[in-house]
Design a protein around this ligand. Structure first.
Ligand SMILES: NC(=O)c1ccc[n+]([C@@H]2O[C@H](COP(=O)([O-])OP(=O)(O)OC[C@H]3O[C@@H](n4cnc5c(N)ncnc54)[C@H](OP(=O)(O)O)[C@@H]3O)[C@@H](O)[C@H]2O)c1
Length: 165
């Protein structure tokens, strides 16, 4: 099972200047609950934006650089290699971004755990379009804004209904 985990605004925006676009602690908690204990695959830029390995998860980072090394993570040269390693560790594998890696992995994914943040904001990285011929929304929970989470959001689960597209 390959699951993409993403938080996107109304226009599918996910990042700007190698940063996230909002601070929603409830979403970070949700992300932790979903991914904890499983391997997580990410692009080198996302890893650098987080700045350290995510605890209690095997961090698999994709990079073409030969001279790049960081402690506490597994560095691989392609998405294919990342998936191969992750599948050896666990049946459940999470791809956690960013835009470049989501784009390449969407067609291999079985599930998308999407946090839809109710905002339209300037961005330079986007999640790809979720094709309704391929994906069906199977779960949705509304999370209203509060004093610590300034934006309304929805926790949504999409499952693949079409394996040929
Ligand atoms: N809202 C969210 O849910 C979410 C989640 C994650 C990230 N983000 C945001 O997304 C942005 C980062 O995304 P991004 O698209 O710029 O970068 P990215 O996907 O995180 O990383 C891109 C890098 O990954 C490596 N890479 C990607 N595909 C590869 C392949 N097939 N083979 C080998 N290496 C490969 C390359 O690293 P090298 O250059 O080292 O070769 C490439 O430069 C940030 O703003 C971040 O905050 C948002």
């Amino acid at each position: 099972m390959i699951t993409l985990v993403v938080a996107a605004g109304k226009k599918n925006e996910i990042g700007k200047d190698n940063q996230l676009l909002w601070h929603q602690p409830k979403d970070l908690k949700h992300f932790k609950e979903i991914t904890q204990g499983h391997p997580v695959i990410m692009g080198r830029k996302t890893y650098e934006s987080i700045g350290k390995p995510l605890p209690n998860r095997t961090n698999i980072v994709i990079s073409r650089r030969k001279d790049w090394f960081q402690e506490g993570i597994l560095i691989v040269g392609s998405l294919k290699e990342a998936l191969k390693f992750a599948k050896k560790i666990d049946d459940e594998v999470f791809v956690i971004g960013g835009g470049e890696v989501f784009k390449q992995s969407l067609e291999q994914a079985d599930k998308i755990e999407m946090t839809r943040v109710e905002v339209e904001t300037e961005a330079d990285v986007f999640f790809p379009e979720i094709n309704p011929k391929v994906w069906i929304l199977t779960q949705e929970e509304f999370i209203p804004k509060d004093e610590k989470n300034p934006l309304d959001m929805y926790f949504q689960t999409f499952e693949r209904i079409n394996t040929t597209l």
